[in-house]
Write a protein that binds this ligand. Structure first.
Ligand code: ATP
Ligand code: MG
Length: 195
């Protein structure tokens, strides 16, 4: 039905739309699994710095493409976590730090051992988040810049998954941001949880 010359463009559009659908379905499955309590997922001890380093390595190509520098530093410490969920937390926050940054920007990941808990902060030099949106960004599908969300990509579920995964670990997540200057997300996970 299409002219031969138009084929590559249509094929690539179909491919991109299919990828968006797959990402959306995967995120919805993840969230409903969390909503149900993720009972089947098991806790393991992870070394926080090497764990974060492997996520940084996976995001390196994306960061290079956006001319953003990733760096990881802090205390060598371990945490008892559900690795798949802990991965979602760090990955989503670093991914946002890259996506909502500026050319020649930075994303710094800092791990701190604070005796009873571990703090992981992800600080970027990006576009920042208006004060009135700080609470709303954790809602499902909420996006600050609705007009450009399609070209930026993603499902708008990243922070909803992140917050739910943090809560599952009895932790907290906080955001501090200044428009035009950058954003810091701080995740605190207790070493042990006594109900
Ligand atoms: P996805 O995570 O599914 O790829 P997303 O990044 O749009 O999509 P969230 O991670 O849930 O979704 O973030 C929600 C919104 O919060 C984003 O669309 C963006 O407007 C804003 N936001 C999140 N992190 C940052 C950040 N570090 N700097 C500026 N804005 C941010
Ligand atoms: Mg995101």
């Amino acid at each position: 039905m299409v002219k031969p010359g138009d084929e590559p463009r249509f094929v690539s559009q179909i491919y991109n739309e299919a990828q968006r659908m797959i990402a959306l379905v995967e995120d919805i499955i993840k969230l409903s699994h969390l909503d149900e309590g993720a009972q089947d997922m098991t806790y393991e001890d992870v070394e926080v710095l090497p764990f974060c380093q492997s996520i940084v390595d996976r995001l390196q190509a994306k960061a290079d493409k956006s001319k953003v520098t990733l760096s990881l530093q802090g205390d060598a410490t371990s945490l008892h976590v559900i690795p798949q969920l802990f991965e979602s937390i760090i990955y989503n926050l670093c991914d946002n730090g890259i996506k909502y940054n500026k050319e020649n920007g930075k994303v710094d990941i800092t791990v701190k051992d604070e005796l009873d808990f571990v703090t992981i902060s992800i600080q970027d030099t990006g576009i920042g988040i208006p004060r009135e949106d700080h609470q709303r960004i954790f809602e499902r599908f909420y996006r600050v810049d609705k007009s450009h969300s399609k070209e930026i990509g993603g499902t708008g579920l990243g922070l909803a998954i992140t917050r739910s995964a943090v809560t599952m670990h009895h932790g907290t997540i906080q955001v501090a941001s200044k428009e035009g200057e950058g954003t810091t997300f701080t995740v605190r996970i207790p070493l042990s949880y006594i109900p």
